[in-house]
Write a protein that binds this ligand. Structure first.
Ligand SMILES: [Ca+2]
Length: 286
């Protein structure tokens, strides 16, 4: 069964945001004039490479003196952070001027599901961000084996995320929320978008969703010509299906069963001759 957007959200992203103030330790008043907030205040992640959790850290100097501050992040258990230190100069200005930085949270595929945390600390004042690691989605026969796996691309437009094409959301209506992949070389082809599978898998079908809305129809904005390719044991890419002259938002390519550890879309042309746009790439076995 395809995992759709709602469950993908539950797997990969998080709950409502709020402000977390530094807590006093040992009953003493807070020792810091740096206010820390984290959005969201807790995370839910899964051990798939393209489903990282994302936090935004914010420090605000609420005191009267300019200062420098170090926010340290201590991941507990198997959590892997894109940074474990956020340092910033914090001028004392009125109104207060918050300074923010993103943090990506990943867990290895074999992580034991359960509850973990990230401990944040500034001036010995601490904030705890609870992190729930969810079980991996079942990828049995008939499921989309590309879901959440590592995506790579020849280029990616700065407003987009390369993982958007394997995030479980194939609805073009969500395009503005960056749930798809858009290449970064306007009017230059070919481009390519690839996903590495968790293990060698026998597949026989690829479903590609390209941009297709009332405002941005596939016939003028979607992908037009592409090859579906699989990676061979020697690392070469072999074409297993070709699509030419497409004007639809959803195209199914079937081919003889082949075992492979990666699938690639070689994008040869886009309608409107602008960009390669993939809302979702799905890969299935027989
Ligand atoms: Ca998507």
């Amino acid at each position: 069964m395809t995992i759709r957007w709602q469950s993908a959200v539950a797997l990969g992203t998080a709950v409502a945001a709020a402000i977390a103030l530094p807590q006093a330790t040992n009953g003493a008043p807070p020792r810091t004039d740096v206010q820390v907030s984290v959005q969201p205040t807790q995370l839910s992640v899964v051990g798939l490479p393209c489903f990282p959790g994302n936090l935004t850290l914010t420090m605000t100097n609420t005191g009267a003196e300019d200062r420098y501050a170090d926010l340290t992040l201590d991941p507990r258990g198997p959590l892997q952070l894109s940074r474990e230190l956020f340092s910033s100069w914090l001028p004392a200005v009125d109104p207060d001027q918050p300074v923010s930085a993103p943090v990506e949270v990943r867990v290895p595929r074999d992580t034991q599901p359960g509850n973990y945390s990230i401990e944040l600390e500034v001036d010995r004042s601490k904030v705890t961000v609870p992190v729930t690691v969810n079980p991996l989605p079942a990828k049995g026969p008939g499921s989309n084996v590309a879901l959440g796996e590592q995506a790579t691309a020849s280029s990616t437009h700065g407003n987009f995320a390369v993982c958007g094409g394997v995030d479980g959301d194939h609805d073009s209506a969500h395009w503005d929320t960056l749930t798809g992949w858009n290449d970064g070389t306007r009017a230059v082809f070919p481009d390519n978008y690839a996903v590495t599978l968790a293990a060698p898998t026998t597949i026989n079908r690829v479903e590609l969703y390209t941009l297709d809305t009332a405002q941005w129809p596939a016939a003028t904005n979607g992908l037009r010509d592409w090859d579906v390719q699989v990676r061979s044991g020697t690392g070469d890419w072999q074409t297993v299906a070709q699509v030419r002259g497409n004007t639809l938002g959803h195209v199914v390519s079937t081919f003889d069963p082949v075992q492979t550890d990666a699938v690639r879309i070689l994008c040869l042309a886009g309608n409107g001759n602008t960009y390669s746009r993939i809302v979702e790439l799905e890969v299935y076995g027989s």
